[in-house]
Design a protein around this ligand. Structure first.
Ligand SMILES: [Zn+2]
Length: 222
């Protein structure tokens, strides 16, 4: 019964964005209380990503994808085209920013957010890029610019359906910088990583275009 109620809240939140999809409170898509309760991820998933991806210097994973609320938000953003879900994911990222060491790492440092771009065909189908909307929330909160220097030159298959080796092949050389002047200090933003092959290829393209330090901040690891 409790499960049915949760599904009900989730469906309600899609049509009536003023209802919290987690607890049903008459508030936002996800109310402040429920955002506070989302578990911040441990360092171990970040270490796993770093171990196999040579171009990424540092990575932070904000929360656990197994948390149903995180899964539902990513799902709403990707498959229901919910911009509201992206905004909440951005707020979750900002909460992580405040409570984790990323805050001290970037204090006083000049850097640019680099959202992982979608291929133009997929962007057209979805109507927006979820990573860009997440980056926008962060950029406004911490007052740092967003760079659109990166482009996706190949429309790749969905990573979820592939094994680790084919993931790497699938995304190899799928990003390119628009010019040879990538920001010196980049912080890649993406919603979900699995092996990290996608953000690694983005980091490769940024470094080939002159970036010196490329880190990544991700909502969750699958
Ligand atoms: Zn709530």
């Amino acid at each position: 019964m409790k499960y049915l109620k949760k599904i009900g809240n989730f469906l309600m939140s899609l049509v009536a964005p003023q209802v919290c999809m987690q607890c049903g409170a008459d508030d936002e898509l996800v109310c402040c209380d429920c955002i506070e309760k989302i578990t911040i991820d441990s360092l171990s998933s970040a270490q796993k990503i770093l171990a196999v991806n040579e171009y990424i210097d540092q990575v932070w994973i904000a929360c656990d994808y197994d948390a149903k609320i995180v899964h539902d938000l990513v799902f709403s953003a990707k498959f229901y085209g919910s911009r509201n879900a992206c905004r909440v994911l951005g707020e979750i990222m900002f909460r992580f920013w405040q409570v984790s060491d990323i805050h001290t790492f970037y204090q006083g440092n000049q850097f640019s957010f680099v959202p992982i771009p979608l291929h133009r065909v997929r962007r057209y189908q979805r109507g927006f890029n979820q990573s860009e909307l997440i980056a926008k929330v962060l950029s406004e909160q911490v007052n740092m610019p967003i760079s659109d220097c990166l482009q996706r030159v190949r429309n790749t298959k969905q990573q979820v359906k592939l094994d680790a080796h084919n993931r790497k092949v699938n995304v190899s050389k799928c990003f390119m910088a628009k010019s040879n002047t990538a920001p010196k200090n980049c912080l890649i933003i993406d919603d979900v990583v699995t092996t990290g092959a996608t953000i690694n290829d983005a980091a490769r393209a940024l470094k080939q275009a002159g970036a010196e330090c490329v880190n990544a901040l991700i909502v969750a690891k699958h």
